[in-house]
Design a protein. Structure first.
Length: 494
């Protein structure tokens, strides 16, 4: 394979969408697998909608995901002169022409075609103008667009082998003479994109199937400009459960990469999930390290069918696709604890829960506590919310935990303070000794150990479930455990 050069060309008119991030990921994987280059090109020609905020968001989102690029960022507006020069060249070579048809005239023709139940295509009226007629109209100051001249005298059409979809063909009769420059003199995306790809020596265009309709016309432009035609790979779209394309308008911030960053996702976990939205291995492996995914990735394993983003708005159990949460959970549970520590520390600082002792005298306790509680957490944010009781005495109680494990048993208002007395007198505050005390006291009270254990958990952590209660008590320490069993219990039974 000759040098692989791919590009990610986002339009800076909004946040970095997870669909766009998946496109960037696939291009990044392909470039890294073949020791190629990934070019970041910001397509900012839509001056009315492009913003610096969006540009910054795209770049920071890619950096957070760990998707580095080799060239750029280039900005499409930097090369406007090249786009205009290409249009002028096509005009001079007779491969394009000036069209003076007004918007009203074109609309009348479109309506007539619809009334006759025919597909509407521009009829090529202005391509039949003589040079003198064109000059006359220009002299009158009539506005015009520039259209590419599709050679209708050739038999056949445009055919190419898509790396995902196989052979794709369109006849010349199905392609109208399309506009490449607006009446205001600004070249359209179709032309700009091709000129930029030629300049950047792009070898493979890996993009969504929503761009498939442009491909035949762009191939005609490559040929007209005497440039090599890149390989194309059109990825499936990502739809919701109702088969609608995911978008901010319909789905809100849940489809923005920044949402997952703020929600406490691990960057590579999100990449791992996005890779599976339209791609798979023959053995359906789901968890990949960075190097494993680079080695496994191939264009021929991209699915033809659209992928499904399994998001149910308002679902109290899953705030996003369950597979995304599951993959993030896996990485939280299995990543080296040394890599997790600084991530949690940053979140604790943001929440005002960090203590410098966690990096000094209590460093060993901090690390062992994170290792204990991470097994049940979904995101980094959970260490601040669900794990708050380990770092602060100011924590909330889950309503279910209070109802089921505290208020349901009236005698706990007496049993839990008694448990506090027993734990306070322990010579060694280890989980083994804590377990003996709890089980022994439950036997004295004539109750199931679970009543006392679950009550102690709810009071000391505010949660219905969590790691083993004896390990939790040991992690909280004698002073905090005893104090909470006394004072928090009294507060709950007021």
């Amino acid at each position: 394979m000759s040098e692989v050069r791919v590009r990610f060309p986002p339009s800076p008119t909004g946040y970095l969408h997870i669909g766009g991030a998946r496109t960037a990921l696939y291009n990044w994987l392909f470039a890294r697998k073949y020791n190629g280059k990934l070019i970041l090109r910001i397509e900012d020609t839509d001056a009315d909608r492009s913003t610096q905020e969006s540009i910054d968001g795209i770049i920071s989102g890619l950096q957070w995901l760990g998707l580095d690029w080799d060239e750029g960022p280039y900005f499409q507006t930097q090369f406007t002169h090249e786009h205009s020069a290409a249009a002028e060249r096509l005009l001079n070579e007779g491969k394009a022409y000036k069209c003076f048809c007004t918007r009203e005239e074109l609309e009348d023709k479109r309506k007539a075609a619809l009334a006759a139940k025919q597909d509407y295509k521009y009829d090529g009226l202005c391509r039949r103008l003589t040079a003198a007629e064109t000059a006359e109209k220009e002299a009158k100051g009539l506005p015009f667009v520039i259209r590419f001249k599709v050679d209708r005298h050739e038999i056949g059409g445009v055919s190419f082998k898509d790396q995902v979809l196989g052979v794709v063909s369109r006849t010349y009769n199905d392609i109208e003479d399309f506009v490449i420059v607006r009446s205001n003199g600004k070249p359209l995306y179709l032309l700009c994109n091709v000129v930029d790809d030629i300049r950047d020596r792009i070898s493979h265009v890996i993009r969504g199937q929503d761009h498939l309709g442009n491909t035949a016309r762009q191939i005609l432009l490559y040929r007209a400009l005497a440039a090599p035609v890149p390989e194309f790979a059109h990825m499936p779209l990502t739809l919701d459960l109702q088969k609608a394309k995911i978008s901010k308008r319909s789905h809100g911030e849940i489809v923005a990469v920044q949402f997952y960053q703020k929600a406490g996702f691990l960057p590579w976990a999100l990449c791992n999930f996005l890779a599976l939205l339209g791609w798979s291995t023959s053995d359906n492996q789901e968890i990949f390290s960075r190097q494993e995914l680079i080695a496994a990735f191939s264009l021929d394993r991209i699915n033809k069918a659209n992928s499904i983003f399994n998001y149910r708005k308002g679902d109290p159990k899953f705030f996003t696709d369950p597979k995304a949460i599951s993959i993030n959970e896996h990485y939280l549970r299995t990543m080296p604890i040394a890599e997790l520590v600084p991530l949690v520390a940053d979140k604790l600082r943001e929440a005002g829960l960090w203590q410098d002792e966690y990096a000094a005298g209590q460093k060993e306790w901090f690390i062992s506590t994170l290792d204990l509680i991470r097994s049940r957490f979904h995101t980094i944010n959970d260490f601040v919310t669900l794990g708050r009781a380990y770092f602060s005495d100011d924590y909330e109680f889950e309503e279910r935990a209070v109802k089921k494990n505290i208020l349901k048993h009236e005698k706990l208002r007496e049993w839990l303070p008694e448990l506090a007395d027993r734990l306070e007198s322990l010579p060694d505050f280890t989980h083994q000794n804590i377990e003996e005390i709890m089980r022994g006291l439950a036997a004295e009270f004539g109750i199931k150990p679970g009543i006392l254990i679950n009550g102690a958990r709810a009071v000391s952590t505010g949660l219905l479930a969590g790691p083993g209660m004896f390990e939790v008590a040991a992690a909280l320490g004698r002073e905090r455990m005893v104090g909470r069993l006394r004072h928090k219990t009294a507060g709950l039974y007021k």
